[in-house]
Design a protein around this ligand. Structure first.
Ligand code: AMP
Ligand code: MG
Length: 419
């Protein structure tokens, strides 16, 4: 199926004269600039885990598909159940079991042995639970009255045929698959997987598995981003590590832009002499260096290269990871056909004290223990151990703030960004 048209070069441009953009404003801008970038395909629901629905889904049939018993017991007619005294009914020969409907009819004064999931026989509308009865020869006895319809599951009581069951833009969960299958949906239209190309930049950055030479660091950003992107359900193409070399970066951007829907890079995003990402993207007139008032963060590049959006994340690993979750993830959702989603957050008491100045929104590495939020011992954006220690962020607003232990803070679990 045909792909939507690409983004225009200037789509990420911030208003003239913008200096430090507050996070919410940056997100608002990103939201309005983002759109679906992928085509569509047909799939079976069972193959659609993690995929994004490209249409609303309606039930092909009712669930349950017929009136059936919710328990083991006796199928009876409710006209026999009104007495508030001992009721005695004749047990019919035969039975109704799951997958084995009873072909006869139940008349007043009669009861049929029935098992959970069995289709209710004609003439019966209620089931008396086996444990509430005693049977003697061909008679079953129990105390009334019993409400008509008890212990049965009605045709379509969960979902009626043709009902809207799932909305366009939803990412398919295991529960959604069960729902579609149980309501007779056998083919659905989903968006094609978003293809994300990724590379790191930096003369000092090397692949793991080799001994570090003087002045080198292992590339931790690429493995971090790769695993995030895989968890997010995207197809990832890894373009490796690029030296701080204009020609290499330019030709890789050229190649990458032909193969993927989105490009994510880390490093070289500032305005320094060795920061070629920003230099190259400035040249094609699409660059927006987003000086977002966020910590950790520093400049984040948003640009368009050959019609493909480029996220140039900061090189510092904590900043790269934070910007990937806070800024890239919601936009990638929209690129892949989903809605713009706000991460789920909770107000929880702080188990720390902290003062912050006005100016920047801060995302501190944090986790919850015994109902209280702890923060990582250091805020340094190169402290990768904090990314592993943490299970979420404490999100502190731009304004000046002084937090004392026990005061509520906003906690965003990393799992909010994983869906
Ligand atoms: P840059 O944004 O290129 O100026 O890099 C900022 C800091 O992040 C420097 O200390 C880099 O060595 C470090 N850095 C850059 N890229 C990576 C990477 N892929 N993995 C780990 N650290 C990196
Ligand atoms: Mg660098």
């Amino acid at each position: 199926m045909k792909k939507p048209p690409p983004l225009t070069n200037d789509c990420f441009a911030l208003p003239q004269g913008t200096n430090w953009t507050p996070v919410d404003e940056a997100l608002e801008h990103l939201k309005s600039a983002s759109k679906c970038l992928v085509g569509k395909q047909q799939l079976c629901p069972v193959d659609a885990i993690g995929r994004v629905l490209a249409t609303n889904i309606h039930a092909g049939s009712s669930s349950p598909p017929y009136l059936n018993s919710a328990v083991d017991g006796y199928a009876v007619n409710s006209r026999d159940l009104k007495k508030s005294d001992l009721i005695s009914l004749v047990i019919l020969p035969g039975r109704a079991a799951a997958g084995h409907p009873y072909s006869g009819k139940i008349k007043e004064g009669e009861a049929l042995t029935i098992y959970t999931g069995a289709k209710m026989p004609i003439g019966a509308d209620t089931v008396v639970i086996k444990e509430d009865t005693v049977s003697e020869k061909n008679k079953v006895k129990f105390y009334g009255p019993i409400k008509a319809g008890s212990n049965t599951r009605d045709l379509g009581e969960d979902v009626e045929e043709n009902a809207l069951i799932l909305q366009k833009g939803k990412r398919v969960t295991p529960g959604d698959i069960a729902l579609m299958v149980s309501t007779g949906v056998s083919s659905i239209t989903v968006y094609s997987k978003l293809k994300v190309g990724i590379f790191s930049t930096g003369d000092e950055v090397i692949n793991s598995g080799i001994k570090l030479a003087d002045g080198q660091v292992f590339d931790s950003n690429r493995p971090l981003l790769l695993s995030l992107l895989v968890q997010w359900g995207f197809d990832v193409i890894d373009f490796g590590i690029l030296r701080d070399n204009r020609k290499d970066i330019e030709s890789t951007l050229e190649q990458t832009s032909k193969k993927v829907d989105v490009i994510i890079t880390s490093g070289g995003a500032s305005a320094g002499q060795e920061d070629y990402m920003s230099a190259i993207l400035t040249q094609n007139d699409s660059l927006s260096v987003w000086r977002i008032a966020v910590k950790p963060g520093r400049p984040l590049i948003l640009a368009v290269y050959n019609g493909k959006p480029v996220f140039g994340l900061p090189g510092n690993p904590v900043a790269a990871g934070t910007c990937a979750m806070v800024f890239a993830k919601p936009a990638l959702n929209v690129f892949s056909g989903r809605n713009w989603l706000e991460p789920l957050s909770f107000e929880l008491p702080a188990n720390f004290a902290k003062s912050k100045k006005a100016g920047r929104r801060e995302f501190l590495r944090a986790r919850v223990r015994n109902g209280k939020v702890d923060i990582f011992k250091s805020e340094g954006s190169g402290r990768i151990s904090g990314l592993s220690w943490a299970e979420g962020f404490v999100d502190l607003p731009e304004h000046e703030l002084s937090i004392t232990p026990g005061e509520n803070v906003k906690f965003i679990p990393f799992s909010s960004y994983m869906d």
